[in-house]
Ligand binder design. Structure first.
Ligand code: C2E
Ligand code: CA
Ligand code: CA
Ligand code: CA
Length: 292
């Protein structure tokens, strides 16, 4: 806020006070925008305007369903459905991300309980949930995960928590203890956006993760870009050596999928295979594409 006040002074000097009368004397447009968006988000949570879509993940070789990633959306009363890119930055800045991630996690946990109770879950099926690094230090989260595990251990073991490589790297020390704990509660841990950071390999050396999600930026050039080919090949070799699973994200063409198969990548996710869909649509796909 202090920084915002400074910016406001700067704007006031540069553009004159009148420019700001619309909002508040000491408030910049950005600060005002942030505040209205963040109070909108709080209301959105209260009014249950946030919902989840699932993007299916498939076995590259057999086409069987492996699982799905939960992606949050905001059904905004005026603007229609908003994607995370339009509101998660603000949520990160205000801390609302913690509540959003909790909310999404609970939806996914309950959806998985309902899939289990309807006998719709193929063996080894999993649902992935994204978690912002802000929560890594939260005791609340650990308590919550433990409660979920105690309530339904078989459901916990079908959930993958995705943490971005960037968030893991900024808190490498605390992250190790955190990951060990959540694994004790049965959850699996994936490194999201793997390979995009400046010290991706440090994660492999220091953190007991289960799954690498190969970032879309390396998948996009498969079929014509030699660097992408070599990088993906190398990451898959490392994953095999460390007995980690690998998931390719952002697969958009049949050619990319073919190259991934040649390189031995087991699991793929992307628009070529399926867009994010509703839980009901996911159920239909599970019924059709389960291992028999
Ligand atoms: P991500 O975790 O890397 O998720 C993949 C994003 O890529 C999703 O965008 C998905 O719709 C999109 N995508 C999937 N396949 C393709 C493809 O073939 N091509 C292209 N161009 N894009 C593809 P979305 O849903 O807009 O989410 C954006 C980001 O927002 C996610 O990136 C994730 O970092 C974050 N996010 C989403 N839901 C949550 C959440 O509940 N909590 C937190 N903390 N972050 C979330
Ligand atoms: Ca993700
Ligand atoms: Ca990702
Ligand atoms: Ca990504």
């Amino acid at each position: 806020l202090i920084r915002n006040a400074d910016t406001a002074m700067y704007h006031a000097k540069r553009f004159g006070r009148d420019h700001h009368r619309l909002y508040h004397d000491s408030m910049t447009f950005e600060a005002h925008n942030l505040m209205s968006k963040s109070s909108g988000l709080k209301k959105a949570l209260r009014n249950q305007e946030l919902f989840v879509q699932y993007q299916p993940q498939y076995d590259s070789f057999t086409g069987e369903i492996y699982g799905a990633e939960a992606l949050v959306r905001w059904n905004h009363p005026e603007k229609g459905v908003l994607l995370p890119g339009e509101f998660l930055d603000v949520a990160e800045q205000t801390g609302a991300i913690v509540d959003i991630d909790n909310y999404v996690f609970d939806i996914v946990f309950n959806d998985l309980i309902s899939l289990h109770s309807q006998n719709l879950v193929p063996s080894n099926f999993s649902l992935s949930v994204n978690f912002s690094g802000r929560k890594l230090l939260s005791e609340n989260l650990l308590d919550h995960l433990k409660k979920c595990h105690d309530q339904a251990p078989e459901v916990a073991s079908s959930i993958i928590l995705e943490l971005t490589e960037r968030d893991m790297l900024t808190k490498l020390d605390q992250c190790e203890g955190f990951i060990n704990q959540i694994k004790q509660f049965g959850f699996k841990v994936a490194v999201d956006d793997f390979g995009t950071g400046y010290s991706s390999l440090a994660i492999l050396k220091h953190l007991p993760v289960d799954i690498l999600k190969l970032d879309r930026s390396f998948i996009s050039g498969l079929g014509f870009n030699t660097a992408d080919y070599v990088i993906v090949d190398s990451i898959l070799t490392i994953a095999r050596g460390l007995q980690l699973s690998a998931i390719a994200e952002g697969v958009e063409t049949s050619q990319q999928l073919e190259v991934l198969k040649t390189l031995g990548c087991e699991i793929a996710q992307g628009y070529y295979l399926s867009y994010p869909i509703s839980l009901n649509e996911l159920k239909t796909i599970i019924a059709e594409k389960s291992p028999s």
